[in-house]
Design a protein around this ligand. Structure first.
Ligand SMILES: Nc1ncnc2c1ncn2[C@@H]1O[C@H](COP(=O)(O)OP(=O)(O)O)[C@@H](O)[C@H]1O
Ligand SMILES: C=C(OP(=O)(O)O)C(=O)O
Length: 548
């Protein structure tokens, strides 16, 4: 058995480090007589079709048999309301500096008490799709949210006979199963934007007052990634795939903040030019010693912004969130996609959208691509040194998108630094820095920065990014020195001229690097130094600034 979900009587005691106040609060709610266990996807689908407000489209789900769905299953739509993205501001992690655990326990106890007035469902999934790494997750959601429950059971691997057997054969970890309590109906005057409360050491979370499906997905990943991290894996918020080329395989991963291009880069079919195995477009873990990778989810929770109804990928949709609906010429109800209704329309689409889908890879990565939106950088920059490569990931400079419900007076065009594109980290940042540095060091992984925003006022289109990646994987590149910086070079591209004689430009590059240095220095001071970084990170940045 991989993670722990039951105990000997003698283990149910204070001294057992698997128990904590918050874990016990959350888990206890699962055993109330107001909670009904959903056994299989047939039941989950049926429940979702009965929820008031569900739109049962006339579009049939493909691969129903393999997915464990009723043969007649249709794509379902359910829309949320005002908020259509993930609310980072709602996150609170027990154990982080400044977080008063007693206060949050009180809030949680009351939320759990109030929840007993509703009927809930519970169901189990497996997170991690290889015997090397599997964690069991139990979710609890109230009546009215059957669509989110159904999406959850599709997005992760629902327990069934086959997977239960694999799970039983998987490596055991001395870690709790995940328990995720969610009550979107919760309201509290002190938390107008909701509350996502985590006890990552004990694998529990309570997602309160939040309807967006991504909250459930990313809360589960937060805990699964932290579990992986504690057990010798590197947690990755990125897409990963392997190209099979005539003379070699090339395995690459692209890390980017929500809505910044992971799926676009990972799921592109390159016009059928290459045979490509896809591991996942959002979440995976890398073993620190072997470099082997494991996907955490079978399905893809993706934006529908770029995909009209006629696009081939729409055939693989299972559920949709925050999209429109209309009638076709035959009187069928069909979705209105491409964010016509609102920003960040989403779908859970099945693994079969990727022709060659794999759940684990034993090969090490050949290239890591940090997706940024820093307009001082040309579309592709290569970083040669392992420390510098890890420092650029650490200071990943990007912009927020409609995938996030940004609270307060925040200018979306502002650059933000989001280390390793992972706002879900529940442990100190320096631990990720060391992991990525060691990964680059040990496995000789090439590092590239992809700017997917604009360069010197010119938009960098997906086409530019994707064709550059093609050149890199097939070795058709010749990188030019990035000004005087010894360990950086860039891919010369027509229309994106890099001019180090232009003083204004050089100043912009300096400002951005200085911004990165300031970020590193700030981390050393803020939050009682929780995210303080090794001196070498600061030195690496100072060194390239001095070269300029
Ligand atoms: N150069 C680029 N590379 C990748 N995506 C880009 C680029 N320029 C614009 N985009 C757009 O940004 C969005 C990225 O969305 P997506 O790939 O779903 O992000 P993620 O998977 O990281 O959430 C898409 O709408 C895509 O068309
Ligand atoms: C759904 C999310 O992420 P992504 O855009 O990376 O899929 C999210 O972060 O809420």
């Amino acid at each position: 058995m991989a993670t722990i979900g039951d105990f000997d009587h003698s283990e149910v005691e204070k001294e057992n480090r698997l128990f904590s106040r918050v874990k016990t609060l959350v888990e206890t709610a699962f055993y109330g007589n107001n909670v009904t266990y959903v056994e299989n996807l047939h039941q989950a689908y049926y429940n979702a079709t009965q929820t008031p407000g569900t739109i049962i489209t006339d579009m049939s789900v493909k691969h129903t048999q393999e997915l464990g769905l009723p043969e007649e299953a249709k794509m379902l739509i359910f829309n949320d309301g005002k908020v259509v993205g993930r609310t980072a501001a709602a996150r609170v992690v027990i154990g982080h500096p400044g977080v008063d655990s007693d206060y949050y326990q009180g809030i949680l106890r009351e939320a759990l008490y109030q929840s007993t007035k509703q009927q809930f469902y519970t169901a189990n999934v497996i997170v991690g799709l290889d015997e090397k790494f599997m964690v069991k997750s139990h979710i609890m959601l109230p009546e009215g949210f059957e669509n989110n429950l159904y999406s959850y059971l599709l997005n992760f691997q629902m327990e069934n006979e086959h997977w239960q057997k694999r799970y039983e054969d998987s490596i055991s970890y001395k870690e709790n199963d995940i328990y995720l309590f969610a009550d979107p109906n919760w309201h509290h005057p002190d938390f107008p934007f909701g509350l996502a409360l985590f006890d990552p050491e004990h694998n529990v979370a309570a997602i309160l007052g939040l309807r967006y499906f991504g909250e459930l997905k990313k809360a589960t990943l937060t805990l699964a990634w932290a579990t992986a991290h504690r057990n010798n894996y590197v947690a990755c918020h990125g897409g990963i795939k392997q190209y099979h080329l005539p003379d070699k395989n090339y395995t690459m991963a692209a890390f980017g903040l929500s809505g910044s291009g992971k799926s676009t880069i990972t799921l592109t079919k390159h016009g059928g030019k290459y045979k490509v195995d896809v591991l996942h477009d959002d979440a995976f873990v890398i073993h620190r010693d072997t470099g082997a990778t494991v996907a955490l989810e079978p399905s893809y929770f993706d934006k529908v912004q770029d995909y009209p109804l006629t696009h081939a990928t729409v055939d693989y949709y299972l559920t949709m969130q925050n999209v429109g609906a209309t009638q076709d010429k035959n009187g069928n109800t069909v979705p209105v996609l491409q964010d016509i209704r609102n920003g960040n329309g989403r779908t859970v689409k099945s693994r079969y959208v990727t022709e060659n889908r794999v759940d684990a890879l034993n090969d090490k990565l050949d290239g890591i691509f940090w997706i940024m939106k820093d307009d001082s950088l040309p579309p592709v920059v290569k970083v040669e040194d392992p420390i510098l490569a890890a420092v650029f990931g650490l200071t990943l400079s990007t912009k927020r998108t409609t995938a996030e419900n940004v609270v307060g007076d925040v200018d979306l065009s502002q650059l933000v630094i989001e280390p390793y594109a992972d706002p879900f980290r529940a442990y100190p940042l320096a631990e990720d820095y060391r992991n990525f540095r060691d990964l680059f060091n040990k496995n000789n992984i090439a590092c590239y920065v992809l700017n997917t925003g604009e360069f010197q006022g010119k938009d960098i289109t997906p086409q530019v990014t994707l064709s550059s990646i093609e050149k890199i994987i097939t070795d058709e590149t010749s990188f030019a020195p990035f000004g005087p910086i010894e360990k950086m070079s860039y891919l010369p591209l027509h229309d994106y001229e890099v001019d180090f004689n232009n003083e204004e430009y050089v100043q912009k590059v300096k400002d951005r690097l200085q911004g990165r240095l300031d970020f590193i220095l700030k981390e050393n001071e803020e939050n009682e130094g929780y995210d303080a970084l090794p001196k070498e990170t600061e030195e690496a940045m100072r060194h390239i600034l001095a070269e300029l």
